[in-house]
Design a protein around this ligand. Structure first.
Ligand code: ATP
Length: 234
């Protein structure tokens, strides 16, 4: 379980997150929504141990994470699929996947995990020798998720996975998230696609100006008047 308490995050002197309390229980799909610049990506980077300076508490299966570098968080099973994918564009699909299995434990089972990733994401098997930068946007997103799966995550942090994707890939992606849960992987997902994400989420949080302003079951938030007005344009 991921447990965040009174988390503050800073870029230099600038404070972006203020007193965030958030939990993600094992097996849950939890959504994180909010307007542009609310601090969603900052929260994801802070959980992954990248970019920000943090105070407060982040615990993952009871291990304290504040101060722990990103490369020591991945072996614990907390793995980020960053916004805009951050692939290695001049390397092929297979090479990008292999890099995902860089931890000692993941390397030991990499061949088996690769088979599982290819079964889950057949498009990657078909295109295993293609240079990543030449994949379509949807294929690149699948590769970014495949690379994260190679690290054997317990919890995946997905930052705007549907950004810029054609509707067919948006559907594929939300189906994939349901598959991941069936495989026992917990998901925290940031999305602009508020309607869609609230439908698949067990619970969700709404972030505004670096603070959590609403929290609830996905279905309940879909019917929440404040959220409807602010984000769903209803
Ligand atoms: P979007 O939906 O537009 O991606 P977001 O909710 O993910 O937005 P963040 O990217 O977390 O928002 O940005 C939150 C605030 O932090 C913004 O005001 C942004 O300008 C600021 N910020 C982000 N990265 C940095 C940085 N490296 N240095 C300074 N400020 C930053």
């Amino acid at each position: 379980m991921l447990k965040v308490e009174k988390l503050n995050a800073f870029y230099g002197q600038i404070q972006v997150l203020h007193g965030i309390d958030l939990t993600v229980a094992d097996g849950e799909i939890v959504g994180l929504v909010g307007a542009n610049a609310a601090g969603k990506s900052t929260l994801m980077y802070s959980l992954a141990g990248l970019r920000t300076f943090c105070t407060g508490s982040i615990r993952f299966n009871d291990a304290p994470l504040i101060g722990l570098p990103a490369y020591d968080r991945v072996p614990l099973g907390l793995v980020l699929v960053p916004e805009r994918r951050r692939l290695f564009p001049f390397m092929n699909v297979l090479e990008n996947l292999e890099i995902g299995a860089y931890t000692k434990a993941a390397r030991a089972t990499a061949a088996k995990t690769l088979d599982e990733v290819f079964t889950l994401l057949p498009v990657l098997a078909e295109r295993r020798t293609q240079i990543a930068g030449t994949l379509s946007g949807g294929e690149q997103q699948m590769l970014a998720i495949g690379r994260a799966l190679m690290a054997k995550p317990k919890t995946l942090l997905l930052d705007e996975p549907t950004e810029g994707l054609a509707p067919i890939y948006v559907k594929l992606l939300f189906d994939l998230i349901a598959d991941l849960r069936n495989k026992g992987i917990t998901v925290l997902i940031v999305e602009q696609n508020v309607h869609h994400v609230l439908q698949v989420s067990d619970r969700a949080y709404v972030l505004e100006n670096g603070r959590i302003v609403l929290e609830g079951r996905g279905q309940d938030l879909l019917n929440d008047e404040r959220l409807k007005v602010a984000y769903l344009g209803l």
